[in-house]
Design a protein around this ligand. Structure first.
Ligand code: ZN
Length: 231
């Protein structure tokens, strides 16, 4: 089977954004309530990891999960689209390089991840598999006055499951991107995922999801989608 490109960055109105489809750089353990629910061992250094471009999929109208590797957990996260190269930059240099903001699911094969953690092995495959990063359309940075005050939510089958507030991030958006750029150069089209709050849990085929991104009382994104099964 050959890999078919199934994703291109879009804006919140569904118009294509002319940036390449590239890697996704993620931060783990960026909200205290999620660290507590996972009973995670923490450290002062940030936990960064990468999903390859082949993990990207449109979030709506549906996205597919694998079913043969145990539980697939939702992690709802603010996504940031990078439009300029960033290498070893300071926090102040980050702002200009951001095209816009959106929501993503950092899909996680939780059973696979737990087994790998137990073996002391890297858990790359639990986070980087094909389709592991469904992504909504991006709202231009110019439309968002205070990205660090964005809030977001996930409801599954009508029940609230995750509630996020960028103000509660342990590392703020510009700081994490500056730190990421010390290790991984970011390039136009790269996406940064900013961590999940509490409320991770298994997704099942047929689940109906609603994801919202808000700036104060302004509703920036309201995405309805459903879960199907990967062929
Ligand atoms: Zn995550």
């Amino acid at each position: 089977m050959t890999y078919q490109h199934q994703y291109q960055h879009q804006d919140w109105q569904g118009k294509p954004i002319h940036l390449p489809t590239a890697k996704v750089v993620c931060i783990g353990q960026n909200y205290l309530d999620h660290i507590q629910e996972m009973h995670s061992k923490t450290a002062p250094e940030a936990l960064f990891f990468i999903k390859p471009a082949t993990a990207l999929r449109p979030l709506a109208p549906e996205f597919a999960i694998p079913t043969q590797h145990g539980a697939v957990h939702n992690e709802t996260e603010i996504a940031v689209l990078i439009q300029k190269p960033l290498s070893k930059v300071t926090e102040d240099e980050v702002m200009d390089a951001i095209w816009g903001y959106s929501l993503a699911l950092d899909l996680t094969l939780r059973d696979v991840q737990a087994q790998l953690k137990q073996l002391g092995r890297p858990w790359e495959i639990a986070k980087g598999f094909d389709g592991a990063c469904p992504l909504a359309g991006f709202v231009p940075a110019a439309n968002i006055k205070a990205p660090q005050q964005l809030t977001f939510s996930l409801a599954v089958n009508g029940e609230n499951r995750q509630q996020g507030d960028a103000g509660l991030m342990i590392r703020g958006i510009n700081r994490m991107i500056s730190e990421m750029s010390q290790w991984f150069s970011l390039q136009p089209g790269d996406v940064v995922l900013t961590g999940t709050p509490a409320g991770v849990g298994p997704l099942l085929a047929g689940d109906k999801l609603q994801l919202k991104l808000q700036s104060g009382s302004d509703l920036l994104l309201d995405v309805q989608t459903s879960v199907s099964i990967q062929p």
